[in-house]
Write a protein of this length. Structure first.
Length: 163
């Protein structure tokens, strides 16, 4: 019996270690996917192609912390918060399902877009999906979240056999 108990304990430790590694990979690839969507968002904002008055993370941070903070601080907190949120979202997806496929990544990106559109954009005063500011915000933010989902779907379980 002692041998069986010892084997079970080893299996539990190994399983726990694999789960922690999977969550860490999910977080890391979530950050990478957030960087991919953020680059597109920054380029669109810098070139005037974005229908948004400012990047959504900056609008959220400005609303939460107030408009009296220096703009560089708002941008820094917004960037770090966005990367952290994207990382946690990647870890959650990694914990919820396996393997991660392109279709699952796209579905996750769409779910996060809906969350943003019905919770965060109204919170900053832009209305559902940003339509109080411009109807194009809904499409622009969907594209950004599809970039996130595609990146996560293609990379998270790349080269991994079923864990």
């Amino acid at each position: 019996m002692t041998s069986r108990t010892s084997t079970r304990q080893q299996e539990q430790r190994q399983s726990s270690s694999m789960a922690q590694g999977r969550l860490a990979r999910g977080f890391g690839w979530g950050v990478v996917a957030t960087l991919a969507m953020s680059v597109l968002m920054i380029v669109a904002t810098a070139t005037g192609l974005s229908p948004m008055p400012m990047p959504v993370p900056a609008a959220i941070v400005g609303q939460v912390l107030g408009g009296n903070l220096p703009q560089p601080l708002i941008v820094l907190v917004a960037a770090l918060s966005h990367l952290a949120f994207g990382g946690v979202a990647g870890a959650v997806l990694a914990a919820l399902t396996r393997p991660i496929t392109l279709l699952k990544g796209l579905g996750w990106g769409i779910l996060l877009w809906v969350l943003m559109g019905v919770v965060f954009l109204p919170f900053v005063g832009w209305g559902l999906f940003g339509t109080s500011i411009a109807p194009q915000i809904a499409v622009a933010t969907l594209v950004l979240h599809l970039v996130y989902g595609t990146t996560l779907g293609l990379l998270l379980d790349r080269g991994k056999s079923g864990e």
